[in-house]
Structure formats: C-alpha cells, structure tokens
Write a protein that binds this ligand. Structure first.
Ligand SMILES: O=C(O)CCC(=O)C(=O)O
Ligand SMILES: [Fe+2]
Length: 335
C-alpha cells in the first residue's frame, strides 16, 4: 500500500526551506515558544547495578511518583546490542520508499503493526513530523514476522537479541516498582499480564526539518503501555512536562529511558504517574528512537492492585480490559 511519508515530504521541503502549513503547530505547542530555557532539574538517573537494593528501589519509586520517567544506566544491555538495533533500524528507514511500503499497515485493518504514520488520522488536521514502524517482539506467540523488515538481513537477529535483554531489564524494573509500593516483587508484572505481557517495538523516524521551531515530532501524550523502555539516537528531542514546564531530556549515551505508562498509573492507584511527553525535531539531522511498549494482552483486565486500595485510598480507576482502555484513548472517549 502506498504510504505518504513524512520522509518524502521532508525531502521536497528542502527546495523551499519551509514546511507545509499542516505541520505548523498552534503557538501553545510550538517548541520555540514553549520549551523552558531556565535552570531546570534533570530527569532522575538510576544505576541498575546499585549494590544497595533498598536505595535503588527508593530512587525508582521516587522518580516514578514525582516524574513518571527516569533514565537507567548499567542496565546490562551491551552497547553493541543497542548499536546493532539502531543500525538495522536506520538502514530500514534509508531503504527506497517502495521497499518500506512492503511493510505498510494493512488497509482498513485496525493494525497497529506495520510501517506508516498518523498523517490521515489527526482529527484537527494538524500533522506531526515523524514516520514509524511497529511490530511485536515478545512473546513468540504474538510475533508476526510479516512486519519485521527482511532488509537489512540482520534486522531480525538484532531485534531478537535486544528483546531478550529487554525481558531481563523489564523484570528488574517491575520488581523494583512493586517493592517501592510495599508489594510482593512480582505484583506489578502479574498485574500487567505476567508472562503473557506483550512487547511492542516502535521505531520513530523524524526526518531533518527546515523549520523545527514550528513543528513537533510526536505530540504531547502519555503512553498507554504499562511501562516503556526507550533508546534514542544521539540527536536530542525528547521533552517531558514537569511542573507545567516542557524540559529537555539529557542524552546519555547507552542509557535506557523508562516511562511509566497509563497502566502502571492505574495499577498503583495513582501513586506512580504516567508522564506527559513529546518530541521535537532537528534541522540538520534525522532523530530516531526505539521505544518498546510493555503492554498487557488485549483481553487482560487492568485495575488498581487490591492491596493498594482501602478506605483512605478508594480506587481512582475502574478495572478495564486493556483493549477497551486503548480503544477509548485512541478515539478520545472518556475512560
Ligand atoms: O522519540 C522519543 O523520544 C519519544 C517517542 C514517544 O514518546 C513515543 O513514540 O511514544
Ligand atoms: Fe511516548
């Protein structure tokens, strides 16, 4: 299926040095007008090899309560595993358009998986400066290789190796997040679907943009996953809303960026907060990022963990199947 790509639009905008009007965000969203430039606190960084487990749990819990995001160093994923993942993703986006289109989201189907963007979907007619590729990477029963690029040939191996490491890091993070709420170590993983939890890989490709001050890559949102683990390339662009200010995430080579998603906010009955974030784009360089959304299976019911609910802490969220939550969010319906 033919995909109108932002990458192709970006290429033609090089001749005019301007972007099409649909990409110009309203002033209240434009990065040049809304990015906080004063001294700002930095997104917390945690060392996953901290020998003091209690300290690690506290740091992760505090970051998840106050920020909803943190960066992780010493996570155990070798740097060549990350650079391989990045190299094969970059090579895919550099293929000719027709080759990428072999992986386009099937027409009509409500498929998240595949190559595409949101150009047709935005109800306000505004467009975002980013293309993407989605495919599940775990568990094997939900993997559909039809959406995994065959070119470059090492794409599959690089992604499988990365997915295996993500499983280990995710387990550690879920344990720390559970302990940080005074729960059993496996509580939040089990409340997210346990071994059935699905890993949805997304590659964001933000082409160079002649007017980066006026547009956005991914517009402000919270992730509807349980947890998101993201690696960016070296081009900065991620911003988070903290105390009503949009602040830049610092690029730390090889760090993983962890977002608390909506499902953990719900399970924790609001103790951990899913974070509002967005991404800006760059004038000269393509920015890329590789978030993996850790999601409950579609039919799995997510609600506040019973141990966290009592008379003083009544439930703030209704239990809901993950697919119904996602449907309401995508269609902007009340939860
Ligand atoms: O590119 C980034 O850093 C953020 C991407 C993002 O938030 C998303 O795809 O959900
Ligand atoms: Fe996101």
């Amino acid at each position: 299926m033919e995909v109108q790509s932002v990458q192709a639009i970006a290429f033609s905008s090089l001749t005019t040095n301007t972007i099409p009007a649909e990409f110009i965000r309203p002033e209240k969203e434009q990065p040049a007008l809304t990015t906080f430039r004063g001294p700002a606190p930095e997104i917390p960084t945690v060392d996953l090899c901290d020998p003091d487990q209690g300290n690690l749990v506290r740091l992760i819990a505090n970051a998840s309560k106050e920020w909803g995001i943190f960066q992780v160093v010493n996570h155990g994923i070798p740097s060549d595993v990350i650079s391989n993942l990045q190299a094969v993703g970059k090579q895919f986006f550099e293929l000719p358009q027709e080759e990428k289109e072999a992986y386009a989201k099937p027409c009509g189907a409500q498929s998240v998986e595949g190559y595409g963007n949101k150009l047709q979907k935005d109800p306000d007619g505004k467009k975002a400066w980013v293309d993407h590729l989605f495919h599940r990477t775990w568990p094997p029963s939900v993997v559909n290789y039809r959406f995994w690029p065959k070119n470059p040939p090492s794409y599959r191996e690089a992604n499988e190796v990365y997915a295996n490491y993500v499983r280990e890091v995710a387990d550690k993070l879920f344990t720390c997040l559970s302990l940080g709420l005074g729960l059993r170590g496996d509580a939040l993983k089990e409340a997210s679907g346990g071994e059935e939890m699905e890993f949805m890989m997304k590659i964001n490709y933000y082409p160079p943009c002649p007017q980066p001050d006026l547009t956005l890559g991914v517009v402000a949102h919270t992730d509807f996953s349980a947890l998101t683990l993201l690696v960016p390339n070296e081009v900065p662009g991620l911003q988070v809303l903290k105390d009503d200010r949009w602040i830049d995430a610092k690029y730390i080579p090889n760090a993983l960026i962890v977002h608390i998603g909506d499902q953990i906010e719900i399970m924790s009955n609001g103790k951990y907060r899913s974070v509002l974030h967005r991404s800006t784009v760059n004038k000269e360089k393509a920015r890329m990022s590789w978030p993996v959304f850790l999601e409950p299976p579609a039919e799995f019911v997510v609600g506040p963990v019973p141990e966290l609910v009592n008379e003083e802490n009544p439930p703030k969220y209704k239990p809901k199947k993950f697919k119904d939550y996602a449907f309401c969010k995508l269609n902007k319906l009340p939860q």
